[in-house]
Design a protein around this ligand. Structure first.
Ligand SMILES: Nc1ncnc2c1ncn2[C@@H]1O[C@H](COP(=O)(O)OP(=O)(O)OP(=O)(O)O)[C@@H](O)[C@H]1O
Ligand SMILES: [Mg+2]
Length: 456
Protein backbone atom coordinates (compact mmCIF):
# COMPACT_ATOMS: atom_id res chain seq x y z
CA UNK A 1 0.00 0.00 0.00
CA UNK A 2 1.56 3.27 -1.14
CA UNK A 3 1.48 6.15 1.35
CA UNK A 4 -0.31 9.19 -0.02
CA UNK A 5 1.25 12.53 -0.69
CA UNK A 6 -0.18 15.08 1.77
CA UNK A 7 0.81 17.89 -0.59
CA UNK A 8 -1.85 16.67 -3.01
CA UNK A 9 -4.64 17.08 -0.43
CA UNK A 10 -5.57 20.76 -0.94
CA UNK A 11 -6.20 20.31 -4.67
CA UNK A 12 -8.08 17.07 -4.00
CA UNK A 13 -10.36 18.66 -1.40
CA UNK A 14 -11.26 21.60 -3.63
CA UNK A 15 -12.93 19.19 -6.05
CA UNK A 16 -15.03 17.36 -3.41
CA UNK A 17 -18.74 18.10 -3.11
CA UNK A 18 -18.72 17.49 0.62
CA UNK A 19 -15.84 19.88 1.29
CA UNK A 20 -17.26 23.03 2.87
CA UNK A 21 -14.11 25.14 2.53
CA UNK A 22 -14.21 25.29 -1.29
CA UNK A 23 -12.66 28.46 -2.61
CA UNK A 24 -11.18 29.46 0.76
CA UNK A 25 -7.43 29.74 1.11
CA UNK A 26 -6.04 26.79 3.09
CA UNK A 27 -3.16 27.34 5.50
CA UNK A 28 -2.33 23.71 6.24
CA UNK A 29 -3.83 20.24 6.28
CA UNK A 30 -2.86 17.86 9.05
CA UNK A 31 -3.62 14.13 9.05
CA UNK A 32 -4.88 13.61 12.62
CA UNK A 33 -5.57 9.91 12.33
CA UNK A 34 -5.72 7.22 9.66
CA UNK A 35 -6.65 3.63 9.22
CA UNK A 36 -5.91 1.44 6.22
CA UNK A 37 -8.39 -1.35 5.50
CA UNK A 38 -8.61 -4.08 2.89
CA UNK A 39 -11.68 -5.29 1.03
CA UNK A 40 -12.66 -7.55 3.95
CA UNK A 41 -12.70 -4.61 6.35
CA UNK A 42 -9.55 -5.74 8.18
CA UNK A 43 -6.34 -3.78 8.53
CA UNK A 44 -4.53 -4.00 5.20
CA UNK A 45 -1.09 -5.54 5.19
CA UNK A 46 1.69 -3.48 3.65
CA UNK A 47 1.75 -5.69 0.55
CA UNK A 48 -2.04 -5.58 0.11
CA UNK A 49 -4.27 -3.16 -1.74
CA UNK A 50 -6.12 -0.99 0.73
CA UNK A 51 -8.24 2.05 1.36
CA UNK A 52 -7.05 4.80 3.67
CA UNK A 53 -9.64 6.44 5.89
CA UNK A 54 -7.96 9.67 6.90
CA UNK A 55 -9.15 12.28 9.38
CA UNK A 56 -7.94 15.59 8.01
CA UNK A 57 -7.78 18.81 9.94
CA UNK A 58 -8.00 21.71 7.51
CA UNK A 59 -6.58 24.96 8.85
CA UNK A 60 -7.57 28.25 7.29
CA UNK A 61 -5.95 31.67 7.74
CA UNK A 62 -9.23 33.33 8.71
CA UNK A 63 -11.71 30.81 10.15
CA UNK A 64 -11.63 27.96 12.68
CA UNK A 65 -10.14 24.67 11.52
CA UNK A 66 -12.51 21.97 10.28
CA UNK A 67 -12.15 18.21 10.33
CA UNK A 68 -13.15 15.95 7.49
CA UNK A 69 -13.20 12.24 6.96
CA UNK A 70 -11.60 11.35 3.64
CA UNK A 71 -11.58 7.77 2.35
CA UNK A 72 -8.74 7.65 -0.15
CA UNK A 73 -7.41 5.26 -2.73
CA UNK A 74 -3.78 5.79 -3.59
CA UNK A 75 -2.19 4.93 -6.94
CA UNK A 76 1.31 3.43 -6.98
CA UNK A 77 2.64 6.90 -7.90
CA UNK A 78 1.02 8.44 -4.79
CA UNK A 79 -1.93 10.11 -6.61
CA UNK A 80 -5.08 10.12 -4.49
CA UNK A 81 -8.67 9.34 -5.45
CA UNK A 82 -12.04 9.36 -3.72
CA UNK A 83 -12.53 5.82 -2.42
CA UNK A 84 -16.29 5.88 -1.70
CA UNK A 85 -16.85 5.44 -5.43
CA UNK A 86 -15.39 1.95 -5.10
CA UNK A 87 -17.96 -0.70 -4.14
CA UNK A 88 -15.18 -2.72 -2.49
CA UNK A 89 -14.81 -0.01 0.16
CA UNK A 90 -18.60 0.11 0.58
CA UNK A 91 -18.65 -3.61 1.26
CA UNK A 92 -15.67 -3.37 3.61
CA UNK A 93 -17.45 -0.72 5.71
CA UNK A 94 -20.59 -2.85 5.80
CA UNK A 95 -18.57 -5.82 6.98
CA UNK A 96 -16.92 -3.81 9.76
CA UNK A 97 -20.38 -3.21 11.22
CA UNK A 98 -21.89 -6.61 10.43
CA UNK A 99 -19.00 -8.43 12.10
CA UNK A 100 -18.36 -5.74 14.72
CA UNK A 101 -14.73 -5.65 13.68
CA UNK A 102 -12.00 -3.79 15.55
CA UNK A 103 -9.43 -2.41 13.14
CA UNK A 104 -6.24 -0.88 14.58
CA UNK A 105 -5.73 2.69 13.35
CA UNK A 106 -2.53 4.78 13.54
CA UNK A 107 -3.38 5.98 17.05
CA UNK A 108 -6.34 3.92 18.29
CA UNK A 109 -9.00 1.68 16.86
CA UNK A 110 -11.86 1.84 14.36
CA UNK A 111 -14.73 -0.27 15.63
CA UNK A 112 -17.98 -1.52 14.12
CA UNK A 113 -21.02 -1.83 16.37
CA UNK A 114 -24.44 -3.35 15.85
CA UNK A 115 -27.41 -1.62 17.48
CA UNK A 116 -30.38 -3.76 18.44
CA UNK A 117 -31.20 -7.05 16.74
CA UNK A 118 -28.21 -8.19 14.63
CA UNK A 119 -30.38 -10.39 12.39
CA UNK A 120 -31.32 -7.53 10.03
CA UNK A 121 -27.67 -6.89 9.13
CA UNK A 122 -26.73 -10.54 9.18
CA UNK A 123 -29.60 -11.43 6.84
CA UNK A 124 -27.69 -9.60 4.11
CA UNK A 125 -24.89 -11.41 2.25
CA UNK A 126 -21.34 -10.76 3.47
CA UNK A 127 -20.71 -9.11 0.13
CA UNK A 128 -23.97 -7.24 -0.57
CA UNK A 129 -24.87 -5.30 -3.70
CA UNK A 130 -24.09 -1.59 -3.32
CA UNK A 131 -25.69 1.44 -4.92
CA UNK A 132 -25.47 5.16 -4.40
CA UNK A 133 -28.23 7.69 -3.79
CA UNK A 134 -28.98 10.32 -6.36
CA UNK A 135 -29.99 13.06 -3.89
CA UNK A 136 -27.60 15.92 -3.22
CA UNK A 137 -26.28 15.58 0.30
CA UNK A 138 -23.55 16.83 2.58
CA UNK A 139 -22.42 13.34 3.61
CA UNK A 140 -21.99 10.22 1.45
CA UNK A 141 -24.56 7.42 1.61
CA UNK A 142 -24.51 3.90 0.22
CA UNK A 143 -27.47 1.53 -0.07
CA UNK A 144 -27.00 -2.22 0.37
CA UNK A 145 -29.50 -4.57 -1.31
CA UNK A 146 -32.24 -1.94 -0.77
CA UNK A 147 -32.30 -2.98 2.88
CA UNK A 148 -29.64 -0.91 4.64
CA UNK A 149 -28.40 2.65 4.10
CA UNK A 150 -24.98 3.66 5.43
CA UNK A 151 -24.03 7.30 5.81
CA UNK A 152 -20.35 8.15 5.98
CA UNK A 153 -20.05 11.36 7.99
CA UNK A 154 -17.92 13.85 6.12
CA UNK A 155 -17.48 16.84 8.39
CA UNK A 156 -16.62 15.39 11.73
CA UNK A 157 -16.04 16.74 15.16
CA UNK A 158 -14.74 15.25 18.37
CA UNK A 159 -17.28 13.07 20.17
CA UNK A 160 -20.43 11.26 19.15
CA UNK A 161 -22.32 12.51 16.14
CA UNK A 162 -25.84 13.38 17.38
CA UNK A 163 -27.35 10.99 14.81
CA UNK A 164 -25.54 8.06 16.43
CA UNK A 165 -26.62 9.11 19.92
CA UNK A 166 -30.20 9.98 19.00
CA UNK A 167 -30.66 6.83 16.90
CA UNK A 168 -29.65 4.64 19.84
CA UNK A 169 -31.89 6.52 22.25
CA UNK A 170 -34.92 6.45 19.95
CA UNK A 171 -34.47 2.77 19.30
CA UNK A 172 -34.10 1.95 23.01
CA UNK A 173 -37.17 3.97 23.87
CA UNK A 174 -39.43 2.73 21.11
CA UNK A 175 -39.94 5.66 18.72
CA UNK A 176 -41.39 3.99 15.62
CA UNK A 177 -41.62 6.90 13.21
CA UNK A 178 -37.99 6.95 12.10
CA UNK A 179 -35.95 4.39 10.16
CA UNK A 180 -34.35 2.21 12.86
CA UNK A 181 -30.63 2.58 13.51
CA UNK A 182 -28.88 -0.71 12.84
CA UNK A 183 -25.28 0.05 13.63
CA UNK A 184 -22.33 2.32 13.14
CA UNK A 185 -18.58 2.76 12.98
CA UNK A 186 -16.63 4.78 15.53
CA UNK A 187 -13.01 5.84 15.90
CA UNK A 188 -11.75 5.74 19.46
CA UNK A 189 -8.78 5.28 21.73
CA UNK A 190 -6.53 7.59 19.74
CA UNK A 191 -6.25 11.28 18.96
CA UNK A 192 -9.73 11.31 17.41
CA UNK A 193 -12.86 9.99 19.07
CA UNK A 194 -15.69 10.35 16.58
CA UNK A 195 -18.54 8.68 14.73
CA UNK A 196 -17.43 7.66 11.25
CA UNK A 197 -20.63 6.14 9.86
CA UNK A 198 -24.22 5.27 10.79
CA UNK A 199 -26.34 2.52 9.22
CA UNK A 200 -30.14 2.59 9.19
CA UNK A 201 -32.81 0.36 7.78
CA UNK A 202 -33.55 1.48 4.22
CA UNK A 203 -37.26 2.14 3.80
CA UNK A 204 -39.16 2.12 0.51
CA UNK A 205 -39.88 5.82 0.24
CA UNK A 206 -42.72 7.21 -1.88
CA UNK A 207 -41.59 10.77 -1.58
CA UNK A 208 -39.89 13.16 0.78
CA UNK A 209 -42.28 15.25 2.84
CA UNK A 210 -41.44 18.50 1.03
CA UNK A 211 -42.26 17.23 -2.47
CA UNK A 212 -45.32 15.41 -1.16
CA UNK A 213 -46.69 18.52 0.58
CA UNK A 214 -46.10 20.73 -2.49
CA UNK A 215 -48.04 18.30 -4.63
CA UNK A 216 -50.94 18.08 -2.16
CA UNK A 217 -51.17 21.84 -1.66
CA UNK A 218 -51.22 23.01 -5.27
CA UNK A 219 -54.94 23.20 -5.85
CA UNK A 220 -57.61 25.78 -5.06
CA UNK A 221 -58.40 24.19 -1.71
CA UNK A 222 -56.68 21.97 0.85
CA UNK A 223 -58.28 18.55 1.09
CA UNK A 224 -59.42 17.23 4.48
CA UNK A 225 -57.20 14.21 3.84
CA UNK A 226 -54.15 16.44 3.49
CA UNK A 227 -54.94 18.35 6.67
CA UNK A 228 -55.41 15.05 8.50
CA UNK A 229 -51.89 14.09 7.38
CA UNK A 230 -50.52 17.43 8.60
CA UNK A 231 -52.15 16.77 11.95
CA UNK A 232 -50.59 13.32 11.96
CA UNK A 233 -47.15 14.81 11.33
CA UNK A 234 -47.72 17.12 14.30
CA UNK A 235 -48.64 14.09 16.40
CA UNK A 236 -45.49 12.22 15.30
CA UNK A 237 -43.36 15.18 16.32
CA UNK A 238 -45.22 15.39 19.63
CA UNK A 239 -44.50 11.72 20.26
CA UNK A 240 -40.85 12.22 19.31
CA UNK A 241 -40.51 14.94 21.93
CA UNK A 242 -42.42 12.96 24.53
CA UNK A 243 -39.99 10.07 24.05
CA UNK A 244 -36.92 12.32 23.99
CA UNK A 245 -38.09 13.70 27.34
CA UNK A 246 -38.78 10.28 28.85
CA UNK A 247 -35.51 9.27 30.54
CA UNK A 248 -34.51 11.40 33.51
CA UNK A 249 -31.70 8.94 34.35
CA UNK A 250 -29.69 9.55 31.16
CA UNK A 251 -27.80 12.81 31.66
CA UNK A 252 -27.49 13.35 27.89
CA UNK A 253 -31.27 13.25 27.50
CA UNK A 254 -32.76 14.13 30.89
CA UNK A 255 -35.20 17.02 30.48
CA UNK A 256 -34.30 20.16 32.42
CA UNK A 257 -36.63 22.98 33.40
CA UNK A 258 -36.20 26.09 31.27
CA UNK A 259 -34.76 28.86 33.44
CA UNK A 260 -34.76 32.62 32.97
CA UNK A 261 -31.04 32.34 32.06
CA UNK A 262 -31.91 30.02 29.16
CA UNK A 263 -34.50 32.45 27.82
CA UNK A 264 -32.06 35.33 28.16
CA UNK A 265 -29.28 33.40 26.43
CA UNK A 266 -31.55 32.36 23.55
CA UNK A 267 -32.89 35.90 23.17
CA UNK A 268 -29.36 37.36 23.16
CA UNK A 269 -28.24 34.90 20.52
CA UNK A 270 -31.23 35.69 18.27
CA UNK A 271 -30.65 39.45 18.68
CA UNK A 272 -27.09 38.77 17.52
CA UNK A 273 -28.41 36.87 14.49
CA UNK A 274 -30.76 39.75 13.77
CA UNK A 275 -27.79 42.15 13.62
CA UNK A 276 -25.88 39.88 11.24
CA UNK A 277 -28.98 39.40 9.08
CA UNK A 278 -29.72 43.13 8.95
CA UNK A 279 -26.18 43.80 7.74
CA UNK A 280 -26.45 41.06 5.10
CA UNK A 281 -29.82 42.40 3.93
CA UNK A 282 -28.80 46.08 3.78
CA UNK A 283 -28.78 46.23 -0.01
CA UNK A 284 -31.30 43.51 -0.97
CA UNK A 285 -34.04 44.36 1.57
CA UNK A 286 -33.28 47.97 2.64
CA UNK A 287 -36.81 48.48 4.03
CA UNK A 288 -36.05 45.92 6.73
CA UNK A 289 -33.89 48.43 8.61
CA UNK A 290 -37.11 50.29 9.52
CA UNK A 291 -38.17 47.27 11.55
CA UNK A 292 -34.91 46.76 13.45
CA UNK A 293 -36.06 48.19 16.80
CA UNK A 294 -39.43 46.47 16.59
CA UNK A 295 -37.85 43.12 15.87
CA UNK A 296 -35.42 43.55 18.77
CA UNK A 297 -38.39 44.27 21.04
CA UNK A 298 -40.12 41.18 19.67
CA UNK A 299 -37.11 39.01 20.54
CA UNK A 300 -36.60 40.65 23.93
CA UNK A 301 -40.01 39.47 25.03
CA UNK A 302 -38.48 36.02 25.22
CA UNK A 303 -36.08 37.21 27.93
CA UNK A 304 -38.92 38.54 30.07
CA UNK A 305 -41.66 35.90 29.95
CA UNK A 306 -42.22 33.54 32.87
CA UNK A 307 -39.91 30.54 32.39
CA UNK A 308 -41.89 27.34 32.04
CA UNK A 309 -41.61 24.02 30.23
CA UNK A 310 -38.52 21.87 29.64
CA UNK A 311 -35.46 21.94 27.48
CA UNK A 312 -34.71 18.58 25.93
CA UNK A 313 -32.66 17.01 23.14
CA UNK A 314 -34.39 17.94 19.90
CA UNK A 315 -34.03 17.10 16.21
CA UNK A 316 -32.43 20.50 15.73
CA UNK A 317 -32.69 20.82 11.94
CA UNK A 318 -36.28 19.91 11.26
CA UNK A 319 -38.04 20.81 8.03
CA UNK A 320 -40.16 18.92 5.52
CA UNK A 321 -37.04 17.72 3.71
CA UNK A 322 -36.18 15.75 6.87
CA UNK A 323 -39.40 13.77 6.66
CA UNK A 324 -40.26 10.84 4.40
CA UNK A 325 -43.60 9.49 3.23
CA UNK A 326 -43.91 5.74 3.24
CA UNK A 327 -47.03 3.56 3.26
CA UNK A 328 -49.30 6.40 4.34
CA UNK A 329 -47.04 7.28 7.27
CA UNK A 330 -44.53 9.98 8.15
CA UNK A 331 -40.97 9.19 9.12
CA UNK A 332 -38.68 11.80 10.65
CA UNK A 333 -34.99 11.25 9.86
CA UNK A 334 -31.49 12.80 9.70
CA UNK A 335 -30.91 13.47 13.38
CA UNK A 336 -27.39 14.86 12.89
CA UNK A 337 -28.53 18.42 13.65
CA UNK A 338 -27.40 21.57 11.84
CA UNK A 339 -24.13 20.65 10.09
CA UNK A 340 -22.75 24.19 10.49
CA UNK A 341 -22.74 23.88 14.29
CA UNK A 342 -20.27 21.96 16.46
CA UNK A 343 -21.35 18.65 17.98
CA UNK A 344 -21.42 20.30 21.41
CA UNK A 345 -23.79 23.01 20.15
CA UNK A 346 -25.97 20.49 18.36
CA UNK A 347 -26.29 18.38 21.50
CA UNK A 348 -27.41 21.28 23.67
CA UNK A 349 -30.89 20.88 25.09
CA UNK A 350 -33.44 23.33 23.76
CA UNK A 351 -37.12 24.05 23.78
CA UNK A 352 -38.98 21.38 21.75
CA UNK A 353 -40.92 24.25 20.19
CA UNK A 354 -37.82 24.92 18.09
CA UNK A 355 -38.52 21.78 16.04
CA UNK A 356 -42.18 22.74 15.75
CA UNK A 357 -41.13 26.18 14.50
CA UNK A 358 -38.96 24.43 11.90
CA UNK A 359 -41.95 22.52 10.51
CA UNK A 360 -44.24 25.55 10.62
CA UNK A 361 -41.73 27.62 8.68
CA UNK A 362 -41.22 24.78 6.22
CA UNK A 363 -44.96 24.64 5.47
CA UNK A 364 -45.04 28.45 5.23
CA UNK A 365 -42.24 28.21 2.71
CA UNK A 366 -44.03 25.57 0.72
CA UNK A 367 -47.11 27.84 0.59
CA UNK A 368 -45.08 30.87 -0.50
CA UNK A 369 -43.13 28.97 -3.13
CA UNK A 370 -46.38 27.63 -4.64
CA UNK A 371 -47.73 31.17 -4.85
CA UNK A 372 -44.54 32.32 -6.55
CA UNK A 373 -45.11 29.57 -9.11
CA UNK A 374 -48.66 30.73 -9.80
CA UNK A 375 -50.76 28.41 -7.62
CA UNK A 376 -54.21 29.77 -6.65
CA UNK A 377 -54.00 32.44 -3.94
CA UNK A 378 -55.77 30.96 -0.93
CA UNK A 379 -54.91 30.97 2.76
CA UNK A 380 -53.11 27.67 3.14
CA UNK A 381 -51.01 28.63 6.14
CA UNK A 382 -53.75 29.15 8.74
CA UNK A 383 -55.42 25.71 8.42
CA UNK A 384 -52.03 23.98 8.17
CA UNK A 385 -50.80 25.72 11.30
CA UNK A 386 -53.94 24.79 13.16
CA UNK A 387 -53.75 21.13 12.12
CA UNK A 388 -50.04 20.80 12.91
CA UNK A 389 -50.44 22.36 16.35
CA UNK A 390 -53.51 20.29 17.14
CA UNK A 391 -51.69 17.08 16.30
CA UNK A 392 -48.59 18.18 18.18
CA UNK A 393 -50.42 19.12 21.38
CA UNK A 394 -52.31 15.82 21.36
CA UNK A 395 -49.05 13.85 21.71
CA UNK A 396 -46.50 16.18 23.36
CA UNK A 397 -48.13 15.36 26.63
CA UNK A 398 -45.27 14.58 29.03
CA UNK A 399 -45.78 16.48 32.29
CA UNK A 400 -43.79 19.71 32.33
CA UNK A 401 -42.64 19.34 28.73
CA UNK A 402 -44.42 22.35 27.23
CA UNK A 403 -44.84 25.77 28.85
CA UNK A 404 -47.92 25.90 31.05
CA UNK A 405 -49.03 29.41 30.26
CA UNK A 406 -50.12 30.52 26.83
CA UNK A 407 -47.93 33.62 26.85
CA UNK A 408 -44.67 31.70 27.32
CA UNK A 409 -45.78 29.12 24.75
CA UNK A 410 -46.65 31.75 22.14
CA UNK A 411 -43.58 33.89 22.73
CA UNK A 412 -41.22 30.89 22.63
CA UNK A 413 -42.76 29.51 19.46
CA UNK A 414 -42.96 32.95 17.83
CA UNK A 415 -39.33 33.73 18.61
CA UNK A 416 -38.15 30.35 17.35
CA UNK A 417 -40.02 31.02 14.11
CA UNK A 418 -38.37 34.42 13.89
CA UNK A 419 -34.97 32.77 14.35
CA UNK A 420 -35.73 30.47 11.41
CA UNK A 421 -36.88 33.43 9.33
CA UNK A 422 -33.58 35.19 9.91
CA UNK A 423 -31.69 32.08 8.88
CA UNK A 424 -33.87 31.75 5.76
CA UNK A 425 -33.24 35.35 4.77
CA UNK A 426 -29.46 34.98 5.11
CA UNK A 427 -29.60 31.73 3.15
CA UNK A 428 -31.66 33.18 0.29
CA UNK A 429 -29.49 36.31 0.04
CA UNK A 430 -26.45 34.12 -0.49
CA UNK A 431 -27.98 31.29 -2.53
CA UNK A 432 -31.34 32.10 -4.13
CA UNK A 433 -31.87 35.85 -4.57
CA UNK A 434 -35.22 35.25 -6.33
CA UNK A 435 -36.60 33.73 -3.11
CA UNK A 436 -35.42 36.52 -0.78
CA UNK A 437 -38.93 37.93 -0.85
CA UNK A 438 -40.40 34.89 0.92
CA UNK A 439 -38.78 35.46 4.34
CA UNK A 440 -38.45 39.22 3.73
CA UNK A 441 -42.20 39.68 3.30
CA UNK A 442 -43.00 37.74 6.47
CA UNK A 443 -40.39 39.69 8.43
CA UNK A 444 -41.88 42.97 7.22
CA UNK A 445 -45.40 41.88 8.18
CA UNK A 446 -44.58 40.17 11.46
CA UNK A 447 -46.77 41.53 14.19
CA UNK A 448 -44.97 41.44 17.51
CA UNK A 449 -48.19 41.45 19.52
CA UNK A 450 -50.07 38.76 17.67
CA UNK A 451 -48.71 35.27 17.34
CA UNK A 452 -50.23 32.60 15.15
CA UNK A 453 -53.44 30.90 16.29
CA UNK A 454 -53.19 28.22 18.93
CA UNK A 455 -56.06 25.78 18.79
CA UNK A 456 -58.00 25.16 21.99
N1 LIG B 1 -33.63 5.12 6.00
C1 LIG B 1 -33.79 5.60 4.77
N2 LIG B 1 -34.54 4.95 3.87
C2 LIG B 1 -34.69 5.42 2.61
N3 LIG B 1 -34.09 6.53 2.14
C3 LIG B 1 -33.34 7.23 2.99
C4 LIG B 1 -33.14 6.81 4.35
N4 LIG B 1 -32.34 7.70 4.95
C5 LIG B 1 -32.03 8.63 4.04
N5 LIG B 1 -32.63 8.35 2.84
C6 LIG B 1 -32.50 9.15 1.60
O1 LIG B 1 -31.16 9.60 1.51
C7 LIG B 1 -31.10 11.02 1.42
C8 LIG B 1 -29.91 11.56 2.21
O2 LIG B 1 -30.02 11.20 3.58
P1 LIG B 1 -29.63 12.21 4.73
O3 LIG B 1 -30.49 13.42 4.65
O4 LIG B 1 -29.64 11.45 6.00
O5 LIG B 1 -28.14 12.58 4.31
P2 LIG B 1 -27.35 13.93 4.63
O6 LIG B 1 -26.00 13.76 4.05
O7 LIG B 1 -27.43 14.21 6.09
O8 LIG B 1 -28.16 14.99 3.79
P3 LIG B 1 -28.26 16.58 4.03
O9 LIG B 1 -27.05 17.15 3.41
O10 LIG B 1 -29.53 16.92 3.27
O11 LIG B 1 -28.38 16.81 5.50
C9 LIG B 1 -32.44 11.50 1.97
O12 LIG B 1 -32.86 12.69 1.39
C10 LIG B 1 -33.39 10.36 1.63
O13 LIG B 1 -33.93 10.55 0.35
MG1 LIG C 1 -27.95 15.92 7.11
Amino acid sequence: MTPFDPNALPAFLQTRRWFGGKGLPIKAIQVLEQVVINARGDRARDDEEGFTLAVLEVQYPLIHPERYLAPLKVDPDGTIHEAMEDDALGRALFRIIREEKRVPSAGGVMRGEIVGDPSVLRALPVEPGVRRISAEQSNTSLIYEDRVILKLIRKIDIGNNPEWEMGQFLRRNGFRYTPPLLGGIVLEGGPVHSTVAVAHQFVPVESDGWSWALEEMRGAHLSPGFLAEVKKLGARLGELHRILASDPTDPLFAPEPIQTEDLQRWAASIVGELGVTMAAAASSVPELSRRHEELIAHIQRLATVKPSGSKIRIHGDLHLGQTLRTAGEWLIFDFEGEPARTYAQRREKHSPLRDLAGLLRSFAYACASLELKGAPLIDRETPIRKALLQGYLSEATAPGLLPEDDETFDVLLGTMELEKLLYELRYEIHHRPEWVKIPARTLMELNAQKEGPRPA
